[in-house]
Write a protein that binds this ligand. Structure first.
Ligand SMILES: [Zn+2]
Length: 469
C-alpha cells in the first residue's frame, strides 16, 4: 500500500467517481442499486410491543467512564469508551516513551435532541456519560456525515476550544462538510475534508500548528466491485490535496493514517441539502516501529511476543451510519473495505436505525417488523446485517452502536441487543442462547472481547483490545 509513497500520484484528469452526481462536488448518491420496500409500508405499521423473554440480557445503561485509565501508556492496547449513540473515544498504543498517546473521537453527540431544535425531534433515552469537557485531551475528531445525530456542532466547538498549539485538535470530515465547521469558527487549517478512499497521514508525534500531513490515495482494485470498475483513475483528486504539499520520500516510522471509506447512507440537515455533502466510514491505522519499545514486554520463549524490529499496526474501522442491503443483495463495498484495509483490530458498527418515534413506544406499540425492516434496510443496518458487515470488513472485535441512546421506548432500546445476541447464532452459528455464565446470564453481550466477537458495552463503558503482538 505504501509503494506509492515515494512517487505520489500526480492527480490525473479522473473521470467523475460514480458517487458524485455533478462535477462541483455538491451532490452525492450511493452508487449501488437501491433497496427500498415501499409495499411493506402499506401493511399495518404498528403492532403491540410484546415483552421479550430474555431476562439474561441486561438493558443498556449509562455508567461513569473511568478516565484515569487513559493515563496508562499501553504499548499494545487499543482502549475505547462508548460515548453514546455513534460516539466513541479511542486511545491508540503509545509509540515510544514520550509522545502523547493518540486519541481519536468519532461522531461525538452530547445533545438532548438529535435535531436542529430544542423543541422537537428525537429525544434522548439515555443520558451522555459525561460532559464534553470531561473527555481527556483529544488529537483527532472524525465525523461520518452531517445528520444531527452524528454531527453535534456544540460538541465539536467545545472540543475545538480545547485545541492548543502544543496539542491541536484536528478534524476529519467527508466532502462538503468542512464549510459548516469553518463558518462555525473552527480553524480551516485544522479541518480535513476527504472523498471516499482518500487517505491522509500524520507523523507521530503530531506536529503542532501548521498542517504537515501527507496524503496518499489508495486505489480500490478494479476487480472488487462496481464502484471501482467504472473508476479507473484514482477515485478522486481530493481538494484536500491542495492544502498539503509536503510528501516525505518515505513514510515516517510512527504515523497515523486516516481513510474515508464508503457507506450506504445519505446526508442532510434540512430539506434543501439532501445528499449535498458526502457520508462515509473511517479507517484509522497507527503504524509504529517494533524493537526497543517492545523489548520490555518480549520474553525470549518460542512464542515470544513477536515482530521484534518489525513495524507494528493498530487498526480501527468506524462505520458511522450505514445500510447493508441493496436491491441486488448485500452491498459489496464492505468486502472491498475489508480487502483493501482489513483486517481491523476493532470495529464500531451501527445495529439499528438510531432514533425513532417516541410516541409509539409511549402508547405501548412498536413498529411492525415489515415497517421496521423497510426503514432499516437501505440506509441503516439491522443487527443481523451488522453481523455480516463485521464479517465482510474482517473485524477482529466489533462493538455495537447507534441504538438505545435515542430509542423511543424501553422496548426499542432492548430489541437491537437481543437480536444481536440471537443473530450471532443464527447468522454466524456461534455464541447465543446456551452461552451462559455461572450466574445464568448470557456472556453474549460482552462478546466483543472474543476474537471475531460482536457485542455491546454500556454508555460510558468500554475496554481494551490487544494489538500488534
Ligand atoms: Zn445518518
Amino acid at each position: 500500500m505504501f509503494s506509492s509513497w515515494s512517487s505520489p500520484p500526480s492527480p490525473p484528469p479522473s473521470p467523475r467517481p460514480p458517487h458524485h452526481l455533478n462535477a462541483s462536488r455538491s451532490s452525492f448518491a450511493n452508487p449501488w442499486p437501491r433497496s427500498w420496500l415501499p409495499t411493506s409500508l402499506l401493511r399495518i405499521p404498528f403492532v403491540r410491543a410484546e415483552p421479550f423473554n430474555r431476562p439474561d440480557i441486561e438493558p443498556t445503561k449509562t455508567v461513569t467512564p473511568d478516565w484515569e485509565r487513559y493515563e496508562e501508556r499501553l504499548d499494545d492496547g487499543l482502549r475505547f469508551t462508548w460515548l453514546g449513540h455513534a460516539g466513541f473515544l479511542v486511545q491508540f498504543p503509545a509509540v515510544d516513551a514520550t509522545s502523547n498517546t493518540i486519541r481519536v473521537v468519532f461522531d461525538p453527540m452530547f445533545g438532548e435532541r438529535a435535531s436542529p431544535s430544542d423543541w422537537f425531534g428525537p429525544m434522548r433515552w439515555l443520558p451522555p456519560p459525561c460532559a464534553v469537557e470531561d473527555l481527556p485531551a483529544i488529537d483527532f475528531v472524525c465525523i461520518s456525515h452531517n445528520h444531527y445525530d452524528h454531527l453535534h456542532l456544540e460538541a465539536l466547538l467545545t472540543l475545538n476550544s480545547r485545541s492548543t498549539d502544543d496539542r491541536p485538535v484536528i478534524f476529519f470530515v467527508p466532502l462538503g462538510v468542512k464549510i459548516l465547521l469553518v463558518t462555525s469558527g473552527i480553524g480551516e487549517n485544522r479541518i480535513h475534508e476527504l472523498d471516499w478512499w482518500n487517505s491522509m497521514t500524520f507523523p507521530i508525534p503530531i506536529p503542532s500548528q501548521t498542517p504537515t500531513a501527507s496524503t496518499l490515495i489508495p486505489k480500490p482494485s478494479p476487480a472488487l466491485s462496481p464502484i471501482s470498475s467504472s473508476d479507473t483513475a484514482s477515485p478522486s483528486a481530493s481538494s484536500s490535496l491542495d492544502t498539503f504539499s509536503i510528501m516525505p520520500s518515505s513514510p515516517p516510522p510512527s504515523r497515523i493514517v486516516f481513510t474515508l471509506t464508503p457507506t450506504q447512507h445519505n446526508s442532510g440537515r434540512g430539506l434543501l441539502d439532501q445528499g449535498a455533502t458526502l457520508w462515509g466510514s473511517w479507517v484509522v491505522k497507527q503504524f509504529w516501529p517494533g524493537g526497543s519499545s517492545l523489548e520490555k514486554i518480549v520474553d525470549t520463549g518460542e512464542n515470544a511476543v513477536g515482530k521484534k524490529g518489525k513495524e507494528r499496526e493498530a487498526s480501527v474501522w468506524f462505520a458511522g451510519d450505514t445500510g447493508y442491503q441493496t436491491s441486488d443483495g448485500p452491498c459489496p463495498v464492505f468486502k472491498e473495505i475489508g480487502a483493501l484495509h482489513g483486517p481491523f483490530d476493532l470495529a464500531f458498527i451501527p445495529i439499528w436505525r438510531g432514533a425513532s418515534l417516541s410516541f409509539i413506544g409511549k402508547l405501548g406499540y412498536r413498529l411492525s417488523d415489515s415497517t421496521s425492516e423497510a426503514l432499516i434496510t437501505a440506509l441503516h443496518a439491522s443487527p443481523e446485517d451488522a453481523i455480516l458487515v463485521s464479517r465482510d470488513v474482517q473485524a477482529r472485535h466489533s462493538v455495537a452502536m447507534h441504538f438505545a441512546t435515542f430509542a423511543g421506548s424501553e422496548h426499542e432500546a432492548l430489541e437491537p441487543l437481543i437480536r444481536l445476541v440471537e443473530g450471532r447464532e443464527s447468522v454466524l452459528g456461534t455464541a447465543g442462547v446456551d452461552d451462559m455464565d455461572g450466574k445464568g446470564r448470557s456472556k453474549g453481550k460482552e462478546d466483543w472481547e472474543e476474537e471475531g466477537g460482536f457485542g455491546a458495552v454500556d454508555i460510558g463503558g468500554g475496554g481494551v483490545i490487544w494489538v500488534g503482538r
